[in-house]
Design a protein around this ligand. Structure first.
Ligand code: CP
Ligand code: NVA
Length: 305
């Protein structure tokens, strides 16, 4: 059977709803689900820093009976030392059962996916963050019970996290508004692709530049850092550009009374979200972070078994 990757949410479009349910099941069975990945090795390649992705993947595969290796890409021959990405992917495929890769450039991610003969799972690149989006869908299902008729408003930078949320929402049946400044809208092709999927799936993907309007009747408010890793926008410029998109108590009061607040973390209190909201009763950010572990177990079980 051909190997399968998770580089874009679209790679597992058909499995996405089942992955959410499997993640919820694995969470309930934590400590009793046995070792379905006994003897399997996951190579984790990092070009950028990570807390959640690195540690949750390591714990996930360990609890499933397997083993993870953490590699700093700058210490490999790939790239600066001149070994090709393709050769690297082929060599790693002879050692292990899966590759998890956090990359700067989605083109390099795609090359690894094309050359590896084992599954490649994205741990984020400049275009998407699929594992984050899966954990987010799981969190929404846990907190809200279902997706249909619910409205998620993403506020701030139309970045990798926003892009994967657009695909995920469209696939899962959630209405989503990307509320971003005109100069920082999500990837146009992804926005269009997600809108088409949503159309066929009876939900709605839309764009807005007006947080006050967008947040009316929202069930979920979501934000991420204003300056992603590798983005060289100066802080003062980012503050000017994004300040009206900050999740604060004023904006939250426009949303539904039982609206939940999400952030993929790491968060910058006082910038994209206030401390009051981040640490307040409507915030689910730490459940969301925990769910990375369970969501990734679902992905690993599906791709590496
Ligand atoms: N949310 C997330 O991917 O966090 P890390 O950068 O810590 O992995
Ligand atoms: N958009 C952020 C997500 C960090 C988890 C980044 O790419 O840096």
């Amino acid at each position: 059977m051909a190997k399968k990757d998770l580089i874009s949410v679209l790679d597992m479009k058909d499995e996405w709803p089942d992955l959410v349910d499997l993640a919820i099941k694995l969470k309930a069975e934590r400590g009793t689900h046995g070792a379905p990945l006994k003897g399997k090795t996951l190579i984790m390649l990092f070009e950028k820093p990570s807390t959640r992705t690195r540690i949750s993947f390591d714990v996930a595969i360990t609890e499933l009976g397997g083993h993870a290796l953490h590699i700093d890409v700058s210490k490999m021959h790939m790239g600066s030392q001149g070994e090709t990405v393709e050769d690297t992917a082929k060599v790693l495929s002879r050692f292990a059962h899966g590759i998890m890769y956090r990359a700067y450039d989605y083109k390099v991610m795609d090359k690894i996916g094309e050359s590896a003969t084992i599954p490649v799972i994205s741990g984020l690149d400049n275009l998407e963050h699929p594992c984050q989006a899966l954990a987010d869908m799981m969190t929404i299902k846990e907190k809200k019970g279902s997706f249909r008729g619910k409205k998620l408003v993403y506020l701030g930078d139309g970045n990798n996290v926003c892009n994967s949320l657009l695909y995920s929402s469209a696939i899962i049946g959630l209405d989503m508004v990307a509320c971003c400044p005109a100069t920082r809208m999500p990837n146009a092709e992804i926005m269009l692709g997600a809108a088409r999927i949503a159309d066929a799936n009876g939900c709605k993907i839309s764009a807005s530049h007006d947080p006050m309007e967008a947040c009316k009747d929202a069930d979920i408010l979501y934000t991420d850092t204003w300056i992603s890793m590798g983005d060289e926008t100066p802080v003062e410029k980012a503050v000017k550009l994004f300040c009206m998109y900050q999740i604060n108590s004023g904006l939250l009061s426009i949303a539904k009374e039982d609206c939940i607040v999400m952030h993929c973390l790491p968060a910058h209190r006082g910038f994209e979200i206030t401390a009051e909201v981040m640490d307040g009763p409507q915030s689910v950010v730490f459940d969301q972070a925990e769910n990375r572990l369970h969501a990734q177990k679902a992905v690993l079980c599906t791709l590496l078994k």
